[in-house]
Design a protein around this ligand. Structure first.
Ligand SMILES: *Cc1c(COP(=O)(O)O)cnc(C)c1O
Length: 484
């Protein structure tokens, strides 16, 4: 190696911090500008596949360009490849919000850079997680006996819940594995999220053993059929062990009859997990609390504050009344992880597959502390109100029809051409979707409802206002006229 003078990254603390301070101020100014002007960008990025990557050399940079140089590249070269989820015009999938307190919490979290695997490795990370989840539990009207945990996504929350259920059905399955044992069966409705199949895939249950219970005309799980399927599987020698009910399905936001499903689970000793990833947040407003009816009888429930509670991606919450079962499934303490406090504290590493964990609780805590319950309730109420107005518009607009009952802030509908077959109807609605999304002024998504193509609008960004929804209505009307 040729010896060189000082490398361009001076590992000089004072100099680094001074540079950080300058760039942080500039970056925060830019973020503030971005948040105020996110509508000036096309909501859906217009880059072609490979375009972002091709702007950069394929080899790693030998010499750095410095923090300022790199941040300039973010604005100039990376920004065009961003689809603007943090824009009030984003109404696809489930619209979400990276709120100012949430954004700042992410910055502080990175500055602390703690690993909250053990209580001792940062007591605040563990205690704030438990405190904040207890606040949220009270906001949702859930029972006191619930233990809460933060994971990254509902995919992992569900995986952990199903792992706990599996451990309860087959004690020490973690040790013995599944081979030679009875074949486990898991139940959810045909409308449940693919996270259920994925959990079965990962946990050795196999997605073929995920029974899809039929739904009624409002796409809710049929509990009678659930009971029949459980009985039939038992007779056939399977071991039914878990049911996943959904409050707010991803396609149409239908709500499974959790109380009736809980009854079946209690009768047959099945673990009941409720997936309320999106819909659960609505229960923080008292007039929507009914959506979690029966959930006090569930063994576990997950919801995603990163969906509808103004918390930046990612943060999912799992509540369970049987945390010992989660521990039974996951705790594995090597001598080097032992501390003097293990008898008196909770060590979060014991409750999931991961050892290290980010201090995610800080952002949820900061959001709750900054806005308070009243602030969050007012955002949810506004979204529900705007969605109700959009629903009414769909019902009165001659060119459109509603495709599913609306319970939350998501509306499913389609354009109805006169005297046209189902296939023509799908092509027409696809064309409308493309036109709306290409406009750059809105982003909506689509779904299949009982085999029929539907447009889907989810109102969930904290700064979405009536004018944004009205603009969408204009776009839909124009697009329907243009493609018919
Ligand atoms: C969004 C969603 C999921 C998946 O959430 P991730 O956090 O992305 O894993 C699962 N279930 C339901 C009902 C959802 O709405």
């Amino acid at each position: 190696m040729v010896s060189r003078q000082m490398p361009s990254v001076a590992l000089d603390r004072a100099e680094d911090i001074h540079a950080f301070q300058l760039e942080a101020h500039r970056t925060v100014d830019w973020i503030a500008w971005y948040l105020e002007h996110s509508e000036t960008f096309p909501v859906v990025s217009r880059v072609r596949p490979g375009e972002i990557r091709s702007q950069f050399a394929s080899e790693p940079p030998d010499d750095g360009v410095g923090t300022r140089g790199a941040l300039e590249e973010v604005r100039e070269r990376i920004l065009p490849g961003i689809t603007h989820w943090n824009s009030p015009e984003f109404m696809a999938y489930f619209a979400i919000s990276g709120s100012p307190p949430g954004i700042l919490a992410e910055l502080v979290c990175a500055a602390f850079n703690v690993n909250g695997m053990l209580w001792e490795t940062s007591p605040a990370a563990t205690e704030l997680e438990q405190l904040t989840l207890d606040w949220l539990r009270q906001m949702l009207g859930l029972p006191q006996a619930l233990f809460g945990l933060i994971y990254d996504t509902a995919s992992i929350s569900t995986l952990c819940a199903v792992a706990a259920a599996r451990e309860r059905a087959l004690p020490d399955v973690r040790g013995h594995g599944l081979s030679g044992g009875p074949q486990l069966t898991l139940y959810c409705s045909a409308e449940a999220h693919s996270v259920v199949d994925k959990a079965a895939m990962v946990l050795g249950i196999g997605h073929d053993q995920v029974r899809k219970v039929t739904t009624d005309n409002e796409l809710r799980m049929n509990p009678m059929q659930l009971a029949q399927m459980v009985r039939a599987d038992r007779t056939a020698g399977y071991l039914p062990f878990c049911v996943v009910a959904t409050v707010g399905t991803t396609s149409t936001t239908s709500i499974d009859p959790v109380s009736d499903i809980a009854y079946v689970c209690e009768e047959s000793s099945l673990w009941l997990h409720v997936d309320a990833a999106y819909g659960g947040a609505a229960a923080i407003v008292p007039e929507m609390r009914w959506v979690l009816q029966g959930c006090d009888r569930a063994d576990s429930l997950c919801l995603n504050p990163h969906k509808w509670l103004l918390t930046p991606v990612d943060l999912s919450v799992l509540y369970t009344r049987d945390p010992q079962q989660l521990r039974a499934a996951f705790s594995l303490v090597k001598p080097y992880l032992e501390t003097g406090h293990d008898e008196e504290v909770t060590n979060l590493m014991d409750y999931g597959p991961q050892l290290g964990r980010r201090f995610r609780a800080l952002k949820l805590w900061l959001v709750l502390r900054a806005y308070g319950v009243n602030g969050l309730q007012s955002v949810i109420r506004r979204h529900l109100q705007l969605a109700a107005e959009l629903e009414e518009w769909v019902q009165t607009a001659p060119a459109f029809e509603l495709m599913a009952p609306r319970h939350f802030s998501t509306v499913c509908f389609r354009a109805i051409p006169s005297r046209e077959a189902e296939t023509a109807c799908e092509a027409l609605n696809r064309a409308i979707l493309n036109r709306v999304n290409r406009s750059g002024d809105a982003y909506i998504s689509h779904t299949q409802i009982q085999g029929r193509y539907a447009l889907r609008v989810a109102i969930g960004h904290m700064w979405t206002e009536r004018n944004h929804v009205e603009r969408l209505q204009e776009l839909l009307t124009e697009a329907a006229a243009a493609v018919t």
